[in-house]
Write a protein that binds this ligand. Structure first.
Ligand SMILES: O=C(O)c1cc(=O)[nH]c(=O)n1[C@@H]1O[C@H](COP(=O)(O)O)[C@@H](O)[C@H]1O
Length: 300
């Protein structure tokens, strides 16, 4: 039986928990996205009760199978306070199931407001605390400091948007060529990781992953090199969305991330969820994705 991956609130650093999860269960992160098409296909109403059913079913299917789940906060917010209550239950259920949770909130604001976002998603005792949160750096990566500091203090992680999977992202992220906006983001996050790593305990037999990660889409192809981003120089983890529904294949993931295997979480939401609502089908879809990714991303 695999060892439980300790959830948020534990003080073991996020990077250590993540390295162990990926080593034991592989790189798959299942996105919990309540797309209307998925809700319809599952025969669920687009209500908080439907959202709760979707979320709990995904967590039940994912338990002991995959490393992480990533609830997309937008679908919970859409239901107001009832939806946010469902998100709280979802994060708690993930923790109880031993799954790492990444709250996909894509927060970013001036430092004083960022402090409040950090408290919400990254503090012990917050009902919305996850193991990690996604952040947007477009008010300047430095404005994210309150989240970086709190994540380090509470053993949690962050994922900062660098090269996103959507086509429109290039119009901002690629600006500047080899000195691109994206490369500046990567350097800023890595600088924060170097600072954090002084306090990080390391086990000699385990890949060392620093707490602050990047979002790099599985669909980006050769753009990292073209815009001056070399993930081999990066010491955090990479969240790679775009596998499955957005068209990225395991081969494509291998060519972008093969040199940083062990530090990549591959997100798939619709690609897995469309196989539901049966638990057996969902589990088979997760196992089959993990098997498909293994030759390209498994740690040797
Ligand atoms: O931060 C993300 O997870 C994210 C970044 C990105 O570059 N592209 C991207 O699709 N995502 C998220 O990944 C999810 C889409 O998953 P699929 O249904 O597998 O395409 C949505 O929640 C997106 O917001």
């Amino acid at each position: 039986m695999s060892e439980t991956i300790q959830g948020a609130g534990g003080h073991e650093p996020y990077g250590e928990r993540l390295a162990r999860a990926i080593g034991q269960r592989g790189p798959l992160c299942v996105g919990i996205d309540a797309h209307p098409a998925i809700m319809d296909a599952w025969g669920l109403p687009q209500t908080p009760a439907g959202l709760l059913r979707l979320s709990m079913t995904v967590i039940e299917a994912a338990e002991s199978r995959v490393s992480a789940v990533k609830p997309q906060v937008a679908w919970y917010e859409a239901h107001g306070s009832s939806g946010m209550a469902v998100l709280e239950q979802t994060l708690e259920a993930a923790r109880e199931a031993g799954l790492l949770s990444i709250a996909d909130a894509k927060r970013g604001d001036i430092g004083s407001t960022m402090e409040a976002y950090a408290q919400t998603w990254l503090s012990d005792g917050s009902a919305l605390a996850a193991d990690a949160v996604t952040l947007s750096p477009y008010l300047g990566a430095g404005s994210l400091a309150p989240a970086f500091e709190l994540a380090e203090a509470t053993g949690r992680g962050t994922y900062v948007l660098a090269l996103t999977s959507n086509r429109e992202g290039a119009s901002v992220q690629h600006v500047g060529g080899r000195e691109s906006v994206a490369s500046g983001v990567v350097k800023a996050v890595e600088a924060r990781n170097s600072h954090a790593s002084r306090a990080t305990r390391t086990d000699s037999d385990q890949i060392v992953i620093n707490p602050h990660g990047l979002v790099v889409g599985a669909t980006v192809g050769s753009s990292p090199q073209a815009v001056g981003v070399d993930l081999a120089d990066f010491s955090g983890s990479v969240l790679a969305p775009g596998y499955g529904a957005q068209g990225a294949t395991a081969e494509m993931l291998g060519s972008v991330f093969g040199h940083v295997r062990g530090r990549v979480l591959v997100n798939s939401a619709r690609g897995i969820l469309r196989e539901g609502p049966g638990l057996g089908q969902l589990r088979r879809a997760m196992d089959s994705a993990t098997r498909e990714l293994e030759p390209f991303l498994a740690v040797a």
